[in-house]
Design a protein around this ligand. Structure first.
Ligand code: GLY
Length: 229
């Protein structure tokens, strides 16, 4: 299950045509591509990286954090140094297209943050279950286009971007990370399944909570996926 998560997410991380994950991701306000990712297995093991730069496969670094360190999360330069020590290559992730878009945005007088919606944002999140019944989850993203330098979203936060409970199931989130973090979104979905709701029902209950906890719903997009055991 874990291998499928890692290798599956690696495909999108390397796909330069996707502008909100890994290579080709739209940069932050300073023109830097900064990445968040996390992974969790069926034994409450989890690993995460946030604010990672110049590494093509943040989900693979997150897995190494989980498997090779006593920690859950590494961030920024520490995460980068850890990746290089573990054999990952320094890579320029800013594609010519994303750089051009950033230059155009920089030249605007207002410099508004674009909406997070299906037209310009698609953080990838994945749940797998294997023949042994082991369930796992992961997600990876370059986050909100032109975000403030240093902004971290939900995708490296266990309980927000993803959550796995071996007795219940798993959930993953996409969309505006700030709205997911506020309600510990994926942990909430898993707890609803623990209380007997189906994955669909659990996601709907938590989407209602997102609606309740955000005053301005215009342009707000959040999505959950869930799987029970
Ligand atoms: N859900 C990804 C992000 O907000 O960064």
């Amino acid at each position: 299950a874990l291998n499928a998560i890692e290798k599956g997410l690696n495909i999108t991380e390397s796909d330069a045509s996707n502008s909100s994950v890994g290579l080709g991701g739209i940069p932050d306000e300073n023109g830097l591509v900064t990445l968040d990712a996390c992974i969790m297995d069926h034994e409450y093991n989890c690993g995460s990286v946030s604010f990672l730069q110049n590494i093509e496969h943040p989900i693979s670094v997150a897995r190494k954090v989980m498997e090779n360190t006593p920690h859950v999360m590494l961030s920024g330069k520490g995460a980068y140094d850890f990746a290089i020590k573990n054999g990952f290559q320094h890579t320029n992730l800013l594609s010519t297209e994303s750089y051009q878009k950033w230059l155009e945005w920089k030249a605007e007088s207002e410099k508004k943050l674009p909406k997070i919606n299906h037209e310009n944002h698609d953080t990838i999140a994945m749940i797998t279950i294997d023949e042994s019944g082991h369930i796992a989850a992961g997600c990876t993203t370059s986050g909100w286009a032109y975000k403030l330098h240093g902004r971290v979203g939900d995708s490296p936060i266990i309980g927000a971007g993803i959550y796995v409970d071996p007795d219940v199931g798993a959930a993953c989130a996409t969309g505006m990370g700030e709205a997911v973090i506020r309600i510990c979104g994926t942990h909430a979905v898993v707890e609803q399944m623990r209380n007997g709701l189906s994955p669909d029902e659990a996601c709907q209950v938590v989407i209602e909570r997102v609606k309740k906890s955000n005053k301005d719903l215009k342009d707000l997009q959040v999505g959950f996926i869930a799987m029970n055991i």
